[in-house]
Design a protein around this ligand. Sequence first.
Ligand code: GDP
Length: 309
Amino acid sequence: MSEKNYVILAGGVGAAKLIEGLVYTIEPELLKIIVNTGDDIELFGLKICPDLDIITYTLANLVDKEKGWGFAKETFNCLNILKKFYNTGWFNAGDKDLAIHIYRTDLFRQGFNKTEITNLICQKLGVKSHIIPMCNAPVETFITTPEKSMHFEEYFIKYQYKPEVLNIELKGIENAVPVEGVINYIKNAKRIIICPSNPIVSIGTILQVKGIKNALTQVKDKVYAISPIIKGETVKGPADVLMKCVGLDVSCVGVARFYKEFLGNFIIDKMDCKLKPKIQDLGIKTYCYDTLMTNLRKKVKLAQYVVSL
Ligand code: GDP
């Protein structure tokens, strides 16, 4: 197998920013993007895969660039009617987005699996990169708060990640095996890039799929990660709260400790450069760069940097 492929481990919005830069840097066909499906959810009778959709819409150039998720120029007419019948109207499914969920659900009903469905959606939307769900088996992330246990999407969107988190549970993870070919892609990759995604509920979930962590450990020198934590804070989302919940320090050092078994190279933000020695002490080559991707130019620059190292 050729060593031309780049394997990318991805969550949603944070990952999509880097991937947008990567397709300006590497031929899109060479990207094998393994995407978290631990926040998949069924709502309104439809199968929804939030992270797969974010990455797909980004690569199909259809994404709402301001928000980083959903379709650009979206309308919400269907959702406004659905709200009359369901109390799950907090999930911001736009009209165009719902078309994808309907198509996906229809294909599931016809017997296709998640990988086949993702391939079909990508093909129809003109995505050249290979987007691969982390597994075909259903996995759902549940968050326990003092009030109740709820789906991660409810905690994230409806409750805006405000409630205290007591526990994180990945329902179904014991059945999660990688999609055929993925372990070989990792073993034979030119480079493996771990996006600046939520280390606990995006990357951490992929790492719990049987065999993935072990495969990464075998090619440690080729594994590069970008820290999603800058100056002890998340750029967006609940990574800080969830890192604390599993006993990690909220810093790029905390992320490095979490990844250290399989991480050979770590790109931290230039504002965290003073922490570089602490990470190098873990046996990880550490680089400082501007990792805040606020526009396309910065996304491309970071992608070029990661590829050039
Ligand atoms: P989600 O599933 O949509 O929340 O997205 P991800 O898991 O892919 O990414 C969430 C993480 O991305 C958060 O921890 C953010 O701190 C991080 N993130 C978002 N944008 C940036 C950025 O521009 N630079 C860096 N370094 N991290 C980012």
